[in-house]
Design a protein around this ligand. Sequence first.
Ligand SMILES: [Zn+2]
Length: 419
Amino acid sequence: MDILIKNVLLNGKKTDVSIKDCVISEIGSGSKDDKVIDGSGKAVIPSFVNMHTHSAMTLFRGYADDMALIPWLEEKIWPLESKLDEKLVYKGSKLACLEMIKSGTTSFVDMYWHVKGTAKAVSEMGLRGYLSGAAIDLFDADKHEQQVEKCLQEIKSVRSFGSDKIVPVVGAHAIYTVSGDLLKSMKEIADKNNLMYHIHISETKGEVDECIKKNGVTPVKYLDNLGVLGENFIGAHGVWLDEEEIQLLGQRGGCVVHNPVSNMKLAVGSVLDYKGLISNSVNVCLGSDGCASNNNLDMFEEMKVAALLQKSHYNDPRRLTSREVFEMATVNGYKALGLKGGKIEEGFIADLCLVDLSEVMMIPNHNLVSNFVYSANGSVVECVICGGDVLMENRVVKDEDKIIEEAVGAAEEIVGDRS
Ligand SMILES: [Zn+2]
């Protein structure tokens, strides 16, 4: 459907924005025959790209907090995950999609179990999902073939939705759960199918120390030796990278995804070297990680925490400005996904949101981007459009009550009714 957004604030001026065939076709005018959305009192901004999450973990929100990483995983998260099936993942992912839409995110990169459940949720909710499972062989050579087969099946099932908004990705969990052989096989699958390669990397010091002990090199160097780095590489976390690793990432391409809330909550003990990464031309994007370690998917909050963490850690308030972190959450993500998005300009994809400027936390409006990053949260988003499809208008998303009811049921089914 063609859309005309009337009287909306864009770069400090009121204008009209026209959407035709999923793309921003014109700024400044449009046809009266289009669906008209009143933009008065609102600003139009590109919608966010959440570059690293595990969407169905919404079901675990608030279930296990304030714990050390290993007991948190072993005692709480893994036992729950063993109970998941495609239907539960579908319901958890629907809740995640609802939350993302309500806080202005229209694209996300997901790594999780029962990927078909997430793909179904994305197909019903209308946003863009870049979806993978998580290959894990725990260094058991007997599991190699089965993991390769599983990955190929996942690609097939994501593709079976036949939508350019539902895109398969190859996911390998991490270097401490996946053997070198399997990491290489997954890379071959990704390259052969022209897909991205998603992995957790350098999240903790323990991971780095163990890699050096076992392989004689740091994690990124290890991946480079295996031939895994490249333009299609998505490395989540990267908080313990040394200079050589940062240079390698810059030379090979791909992106690093910063997940500041998760890093702080799990106390990983280090901070992303943002300046080092960008001075080596690494594309730095932003992600929420899963809801068990965040506990929400709000990219406004993620931007604020990212900026504050850099300033606080490096004792320099000029480090990571509001403009830079806004780009990290928008244009850098679109670039990583190979989409012409992240800007409200003619010819860019119509992935955007309208923000209500009458919300208390948006007043006064001295600097809109500052307000987005340091003051606002997802509740200021009023309307969301993805590829020309209206996903939310007047803060109403289709079937919201049903999605919430089903997610509550699914969460109770997993942890048991504790009311
Ligand atoms: Zn993660």
